[in-house]
Write a new protein. Structure first.
Lengths: 346, 346
């Protein structure tokens, strides 16, 4: 493979088709376990469960191959924070605030120093989101993991706090407000490492070409938590829905919250993707539709807001220190995300 | 290494000392995240959380290297059930009945057939315990896992149902009632595979020597759920505490529930370990104190029962189809588990 041949996610070892096939086949199994307490459908950002008079919201996630950057750079104390923030954002998109987190750390040979650093990041993420680290499991599994590799997954438990967000009362004419990401967050890393480590032969400590900052610093920037950023607007009932932009990008995740009779039109000209995404696009040769499906491209969360609330919501978010971009709107349609210039099917 | 040199868990690649060191160092991190809602201490079978008027109990676990047996035999639909039952038993030991489960499946290359079989087992386990499969994550992580290997972890969420079990009001004179396991359950498999696959060169399809049943059939017997077995006695308030016998064996897990002023005396002569454990002891040359720390040795759960309730509890459990053994008692002491004939420190 020459350097300039366009890279796809599949070349990087991630088969989205296999993932989609698996997901379709899992649906029936999941539904076979449904109980009366379940309040959510298959494929939501978080599962919702009625317990007594409460509604509990949960989600499970992994860090994925961002862990390779931690392992290559020997900096293990940030990926746990990524994971917690990722989970916090997922349940926030279901209207919930976090209560507790449990982690699962697995490796081939247990190095206590590494395990403790990893959990240090988990604990920091928990503290900053007001969430208790309630349990966890540390597993040593000789022969299962490549030497030095480990895996980290987590489970979050929250409580329904923002009914309007959960209700997703979306209407044609609503505005899409993009919240800036802190960087690549926690998805697309199989693609990243293929470009940076394999094709370009960079090391974690090398400067990112054109940025003058070590590759590891750019890649390990912590996945942003949008909990405090969005809290006020959520409390005021001004957020109609949230889409957490993770694997699948804007089209994949915005599509999860659209009703069947509404389309979203995302104007990709309304913001400039940060330089790390532009560099990855150039070096990989991946077309825009691939880039916008693999990466957040600078927008880590999208809020759906009624036009009359847009100024107030934008001001509240910016006051909390997070940049925003008015990146699109909802129109009548058929549940599709349309991104002129980056549509997978033009 | 010759076949008759005694095998230790450490030889099998599992460093219990590293695990203990890690656990001690994690304690402070975990406690730094504590919130007012947390009801449990570090190192319990499950984390307890007050949510509104409810008490939620959670636990995280993995299948561990039992997965290797599934992978070697190409039989992927039972390990998920092991995992659910394991988690169900953990929160039962905290007094809770299950509500929901979330799974995390990770691999190097996603084979939808394998992933679906794995989740089929998870879903079966959920249905049989009345628990909803509320979410999950499927991760493809090229380069992290050995070829063909995958990992499976799970998170359970339950609701406090049996306050007496949670209260652990243990007294000198109480009886220990052992509940039979279905086999090796879900721990000690790094030891198992070292003996069977490495030392003896057996294959998953070979007959287990002396049993005439394929090795895989013996090893993949599903971890028993004690939920229905114990429900009636728990509802009647006749169970003072439960210890789920997993990694660490009887001494490790019974020790977790003892108050500081009580010892447990376990009479290992009161039951005969099933043949698979005797075979593993013979072939590994491991001394009893090692065997009883690595394996459940035929007892998967221990109930603490007051002597006057013992007949009724035993009858209820046996009626539900689970064998029992009166395996010991509590005496005044210092929080130690004493197992004459199998004590680590005689």
């Amino acid at each position: 493979m020459t350097v300039r041949e366009p890279l796809t996610y599949r070349d990087a070892g991630v088969d989205l088709e296999a993932a989609a096939v698996t997901k379709r086949r899992l649906r029936e199994l999941v539904e076979s376990t449904r109980t009366e307490a379940v309040q959510s459908g298959f494929g939501s950002f978080g599962g919702r469960l009625a317990v007594g008079g409460e509604e509990i919201v949960t989600s499970a996630d992994g860090v994925g191959t961002k862990l390779e950057v931690a392992i290559r750079s020997g900096r293990h104390d940030t990926v746990g924070e990524d994971l917690v923030n990722h989970c916090v954002n997922d349940i926030l998109a279901e209207g919930a605030t976090p209560l507790a987190f449990l982690d699962y750390f697995a490796c081939g040979e247990l190095d206590p120093d590494v395990a403790v650093e990893v959990v240090r990041g988990v604990a920091r993420g928990c503290r900053s989101n007001g969430c208790a680290l309630l349990g966890g499991e540390t597993a040593e599994m000789p022969g299962f993991y490549s030497p030095g590799a480990y895996d980290l997954a987590g489970f979050i438990l929250g409580r329904m706090a923002f009914r309007e967000v959960a209700a997703r009362d979306l209407r044609a004419g609503d505005s899409l407000l993009g919240l800036e990401s802190s960087g690549i967050h926690t998805n697309g890393f199989s693609f990243v490492r293929q470009v940076l480590f394999e094709r370009l032969g960079l090391e974690a400590a090398d400067p990112w070409p054109g940025l003058g900052v070590p590759v590891a610093d750019v890649l390990l920037r912590v996945h942003r938590s949008y909990l405090e950023v969005l809290r006020r607007a959520c409390e005021q009932g001004r957020i109609r829905a949230l889409a957490h932009v993770t694997g699948g990008g804007i089209p994949g995740n915005l599509g999860r919250i659209l009703p069947a009779e509404i389309d979203a039109i995302v104007d990709i000209e309304s913001w400039a993707p940060p330089p790390e995404f532009r560099f990855l696009a150039e070096q990989s040769g991946a077309p825009p539709e691939e880039m916008y499906r693999v990466f957040n491209m600078g927008i880590g969360m999208i809020a759906v807001v009624s036009p009359e609330d847009l100024d107030a919501v934008e001001a509240a978010i910016r006051e909390s220190g997070c940049g925003t971009v008015r990146c699109g709107r909802l129109v009548e349609g058929s549940g599709r995300v349309r991104m002129p210039g980056a549509d997978a099917v033009p």
